[in-house]
Design a protein around this ligand. Structure first.
Ligand SMILES: NC(=O)c1ccc[n+]([C@@H]2O[C@H](COP(=O)([O-])OP(=O)(O)OC[C@H]3O[C@@H](n4cnc5c(N)ncnc54)[C@H](OP(=O)(O)O)[C@@H]3O)[C@@H](O)[C@H]2O)c1
Length: 252
């Protein structure tokens, strides 16, 4: 592990971020970008134990303070307690990135109560409970940021991924409502991604087919989402904003 360096010149120096679902995929890229920008990072995971440890090791290699927390965000007590857990593990959190999500491709007719509840518990209720705990715990002299990971589908809900999409529409509402409720001390914004990484079970053809419906004719990269995250965290005039990182997918 590298010795901790002087990070005082970096844009997020002195700040501590909690990223949910940060063991792998998009969350991992966001957590690493936060560490590169000077933040201390708490890596949350649920099942991906080894990947979380590997992400934490990469963050430590960058010279950033890092800690791991674990928990199932479908459980409201776990979601409500995670901010305090992160503070105990590392430091009081002043950046919350709600990234963890479930993504099931079930149509309206195939959506039962269980699927509906799971999507809403993880994708919407957990960000609400985490945001509430975050606002309560934020030290009085500190400013804070919440960034929610949304989907272009929330702006143009269709029939696919029914419960997921409706939960993400709710997340968009949560972003805007909290931006007003928590101003001026806490800014609340969101990134609405198009396909940046295919679902793990997706076939190779999936990526090629999807590309046809992306005006920029390519998939955005997770690193481009991370660039937008850093913009949102460093521009103190912006709140209640959605940045679409989707290659124009929402337009067609
Ligand atoms: N990937 C894309 O192209 C894309 C497109 C549009 C929007 N987005 C949004 O961007 C974010 C990240 O996308 P992604 O594809 O990287 O997500 P993902 O792989 O589907 O899920 C990220 C993490 O969420 C965690 N998670 C799932 N259920 C959980 C639960 N009950 N409790 C706690 N953690 C749970 C998992 O952690 P463990 O592995 O540790 O269990 C998982 O690794 C999501 O909010 C997604 O909706 C992504």
């Amino acid at each position: 592990m590298k010795a901790q360096e002087d990070r005082s010149g970096q844009p997020l120096a002195g700040r501590t971020a909690l990223v949910t679902g940060a063991a792998r995929r998009v969350g991992r890229v966001l957590a690493l970008a936060l560490a590169r920008a000077g933040a201390a990072v708490v890596v949350h995971h649920r099942r991906s134990e080894q990947e979380a440890a590997a992400t934490a090791a990469e963050i430590a290699q960058l010279g950033a303070p890092v800690a791991l927390v674990k928990g199932d965000l479908a459980d409201p007590d776990v979601a409500a307690g995670l901010i305090d857990g992160a503070a105990r593990a590392l430091a009081p959190v002043d950046i919350l990135v709600n990234n963890a999500s479930v993504f099931e491709n079930a149509a309206f007719a195939d959506t039962d109560c269980e699927l509906w509840d799971e999507n809403h518990a993880v994708n919407l209720r957990a960000p609400f409970l985490l945001s509430r705990a975050f606002a309560r715990a934020l030290p009085g002299d500190r400013r804070g940021d919440i960034v929610n990971l949304n989907d272009w589908r929330a702006l143009r809900p269709g029939a696919d991924h029914f419960a997921y999409t409706v939960s993400k529409v709710g997340l968009g509402g949560l972003t805007q409502s909290l931006a007003v409720a928590l101003a001026p001390r806490i800014r609340v914004n969101e990134l609405a991604l198009g396909a940046v990484l295919p679902p793990e079970k997706a076939s190779e053809a999936y990526g090629h087919e999807l590309r046809r419906s992306i005006p920029l004719d390519r998939w955005p990269r997770p690193e481009e989402a991370a660039d937008a995250l850093l913009f949102l965290l460093t521009n103190s005039a912006v709140t209640g904003q959605t940045i679409l990182i989707d290659g124009g997918r929402h337009l067609v």
